[in-house]
Design a protein around this ligand. Sequence first.
Ligand SMILES: Cc1cc2nc3c(=O)[nH]c(=O)nc-3n(C[C@H](O)[C@H](O)[C@H](O)COP(=O)(O)O)c2cc1C
Length: 193
Amino acid sequence: MNAENGVIDAILNRRSVRNFSNKAVPDDVIEKLIDAGIHAPSALGLYPWSFVIVKNQNMMKRISDFAKPIVIEGLKKSKGGGMTQRYLEMTGEEGFSIFYNAPCLLLVLGRNNAAFADIDCSLCAQNIMLAAHSLGLATCWIGSARYLEKDSGLVSALGIPDGYHLVAPLILGYPDVAPEMPGRTEPGIVWVK
Ligand SMILES: Cc1cc2nc3c(=O)[nH]c(=O)nc-3n(C[C@H](O)[C@H](O)[C@H](O)COP(=O)(O)O)c2cc1C
């Protein structure tokens, strides 16, 4: 599909980026992205999200060091497919961070008592990723970071409020690469006319 307008262009050209320049991301830009995020639709108009922004590299390393062995164990046990083998090789490399060299980590948190929080927060995260792309920034959803919740010390050090859980850990920064689009598989489509 060719880009037809700004939104479709952003959807088609946004890529998960895993290599960032050392240019810092200003706080007001992050606030702008969060504002784009919270304009996502939300079931029952509950808007059940909250955010933690981590710019502290020691904290990002602490999360990565905690999550990495769990990620590696999970990958070894998984059935494979997609990027599994390549990711397993990368995670085993000396000094590998699950956050690559990103200057910033944005956590989208969902409220536990909102029935559709995970869906709402995923829509919010996609808004953030597309808005970031449109402003010349890049993101990557780092599912590997979800294990941080297994460490209550980390949860409290990050200031994750009671009654919220992690839905979308997104790294954010100015890209140092322009990755090719990974191939898409043909979707199953049923037409009922
Ligand atoms: C829920 C979710 C979890 C992901 N977790 C990781 C991850 O831990 N590490 C990583 O490098 N990429 C991760 N990704 C990025 C995917 O690998 C990427 O979206 C996919 O390869 C398609 O590439 P694209 O985003 O450039 O279109 C994740 C994406 C999603 C949606």
